[in-house]
Design a protein around this ligand. Structure first.
Ligand SMILES: C[S@@+](CC[C@H](N)C(=O)[O-])C[C@H]1O[C@@H](n2cnc3c(N)ncnc32)[C@H](O)[C@@H]1O
Length: 375
């Protein structure tokens, strides 16, 4: 025995298709035992490592800490398993709690029942110990639990993020069909962009890709824009922990770089450009936004990357003129890497040449392919 504490197991959740990008990102963040899985990436470490992941990951949606694993073939076993965990480090009767659940192939089949049983076990334990119980707040809880049951094996997680990490805090309002910030960050990484060459999004909408590119190139930790994470509301997050977290934020702030490549956002809609500028101001970055149709796109000097999330939907697939025009404009970008998030087969068809590589991604419920060409 050398006194080293056993590492905790964490799971960073991610949008389907972005697990590989998140794995690479978490390895770069020097987390340990990083392993991609369906819906996210496992890693191990201390609590502080998970705080780091909350602050620095651009792609993770949530960071979950695994608290317990046990057999839960029925409600009673679930209740006992949850009650066996000591909840006092996280919750006092003055705090609020929310439980969500997912299950597959087992005796317990109703997520509502699983959440209720779990909540009962937690609040009963606290009431029996201190005579009062925490209440439930589904919208803005101090502590969020997640129960995952597969084939009667339950895993109980605590959510460190609180609000989903894609809510960076810079997007005040949005136009239709904005990309989630986390998906935009994954697309940038998957495109192969090196953060040193120029980049343009010629259909930028509310500016998510250009803003995420600027934050990444400037080495700004995306979580710095948020006031706090879920774990900062736990009972055990005392003054010492708060001071340590402040240190971690201070170090992250000092890592900002100013030597950015040129990053551009263009859109045909003036309202989109107004919104993109307002969002960038809130994010503290300055990509160069301008109103322009995609057919006015000129090669960048020096050559760089075009990353774009065009409009899609059945109606546009039927009217091929937008996609034909887009493909024509992008094919003129010789020497550039072009990455297109295609949510319609019509987009790929318009290029009349298969991509050099592609990756399946989901933009919400829409199955997309990130198509990448070296033009
Ligand atoms: C799916 S949205 C992009 C959303 C963006 N990624 C975001 O996160 O907000 C597509 C954008 O393409 C723009 N657009 C449509 N036709 C265009 C054209 N011919 N040239 C430039 N932009 C165009 C629309 O105004 C819209 O903002």
């Amino acid at each position: 025995m050398n006194g080293t504490p056993t590492p905790l197991a964490f799971f960073a959740t991610a949008a389907k298709g972005t697990e590989g990008a998140l794995r690479d990102e978490l390895r770069e963040l020097r987390l340990y035992h990083v392993r991609a899985d369906r819906g996210g990436v496992h890693f191990e470490g201390r609590w502080e490592d998970a705080w780091h992941a909350c602050l620095h990951s651009r792609i993770a949606l949530r960071i979950l800490a695994e608290l317990a694993r046990f057999d839960a073939p029925d409600g009673e076993a679930l209740y006992d398993g949850v009650r066996a965990v000591d909840w006092s480090p996280y919750l006092t009767p003055h705090q609020t709690l929310a439980v969500s659940a997912a299950c597959r192939s087992g005796g317990l089949t109703h997520t509502g029942f699983i959440s209720l049983k779990t909540k009962d076990a937690v609040v009963d334990q606290i009431r029996d110990r201190v005579g009062a119980r925490p209440s439930v707040d589904r919208k803005d809880p101090d502590v969020s639990l997640f129960v995952h049951i597969v084939k009667d094996k339950a895993t109980l997680y605590l959510d460190l993020a609180g609000e989903s990490l894609h809510r960076r805090g810079y997007r005040a309002e949005h136009l239709e069909a904005p990309l989630k910030e986390t998906l935009a960050a994954a697309i940038l990484r998957l495109s192969g962009w090196d953060r040193a060459t120029p980049l343009v999004d010629p259909m930028c909408g509310s500016g998510t890709l250009a803003i995420e590119a600027s934050l990444w190139a400037a080495n700004v930790a995306p979580g710095l824009l948020r006031t706090r994470f879920g774990f900062e509301r736990w009972a055990c997050h005392d003054a010492t922990a708060a001071a340590r977290m402040e240190d971690i934020r201070r170090i992250a702030r000092a890592a900002r770089r100013d030597d950015l490549p040129e990053i551009f956002g263009r859109d045909i809609a003036p309202a989109a450009i107004d919104l993109a500028r307002a969002n960038a101001r809130k994010a503290g970055v300055q990509p160069r936004f301008a109103i322009a149709p995609i057919n006015a796109l000129e090669p960048l000097g020096p050559v760089g990357f075009v990353v774009v999330n065009p409009p899609y939907g059945a109606r546009l697939d039927a009217d091929t003129s937008l996609y034909d025009g887009m493909a024509w404009s992008l094919q003129r970008m010789r020497g550039h890497t072009v990455a297109v998030l295609a949510g319609s087969p019509g987009i790929e068809r318009a290029f009349r040449r298969g991509p050099d590589r592609w990756q399946l991604l989901y933009n919400g419920d829409i199955e997309c392919r990130l198509l990448i060409w070296a033009m």
